[in-house]
Write a protein that binds this ligand. Structure first.
Ligand SMILES: CC(C)(COP(=O)(O)OP(=O)(O)OC[C@H]1O[C@@H](n2cnc3c(N)ncnc32)[C@H](O)[C@@H]1OP(=O)(O)O)[C@@H](O)C(=O)NCCC(=O)NCCS
Length: 156
């Protein structure tokens, strides 16, 4: 297995992984995010894991942020995406990807790395923990539809 940046001709594979990680996100958004990552290699990076025959089997995206929940230093590395193809999971690929992302951040002066996972994503939470990440907080996002132009009924 090798961990390395994607070649230009592997952009499609990288996009397919992104589609699997974020199903339902419009392709145009997924592609423009790829453009943004490639445009600023000091602010964001992407690394592919490839099998011994060169086939991409997973990826990680990492960025520099000024801070992150639970972190005490600045800047920090931030794990923006982490994905391994289902048939290649539980064999150390994800840990290698995370290690490479951490090295990317360390090379840019970071002393901490932040990440996140949805509360239902037990596999991701367990894998993060197994790779040395401590849980620092849980968040629930909420929403409510409102009528545009509605007046505040509590006011006379
Ligand atoms: C999360 C993910 C990238 C992990 O990749 P992976 O290649 O299976 O991870 P590894 O095999 O390197 O495992 C790393 C550690 O996590 C643990 N782990 C991985 N998956 C686990 C699971 N489902 N349950 C419990 N522990 C798990 C491993 O046992 C290992 O710990 P160890 O070193 O103590 O043995 C992979 O499960 C995945 O792509 N999930 C779907 C996408 C996703 O949810 N990404 C994260 C978004 S926040």
């Amino acid at each position: 297995m090798l961990i390395r940046p994607p070649r230009i001709d592997e952009r499609g594979e990288w996009l397919r992984f992104r589609e699997r990680l974020w199903p339902g996100t419009p392709g145009v958004d997924l592609r423009s995010e790829q453009d943004a990552i490639l445009a600023d290699p000091e602010r964001a990076g992407v690394l592919l894991a490839t099998s011994d025959n060169g086939t991409p089997i997973g990826f990680v995206e990492v960025s520099l942020r000024s801070g992150a929940e639970g972190c005490e230093t600045s800047p920090v590395g931030y794990i923006e995406a982490w994905y391994v193809e289902p048939e290649h999971r539980r064999r150390g690929v994800g840990a290698r990807l995370l290690g490479a992302a951490e090295a990317w951040a360390a090379a840019r002066g970071c002393r901490e790395v932040g990440s996140d996972a949805e509360i239902w994503n037990e596999a991701s939470l367990a894998a993060h923990r197994a790779c040395g990440y401590d849980e620092v907080m849980r968040v629930v996002m909420l929403r409510k539809r409102i009528d545009p132009g509605r007046r505040d009924a509590s006011r006379a």
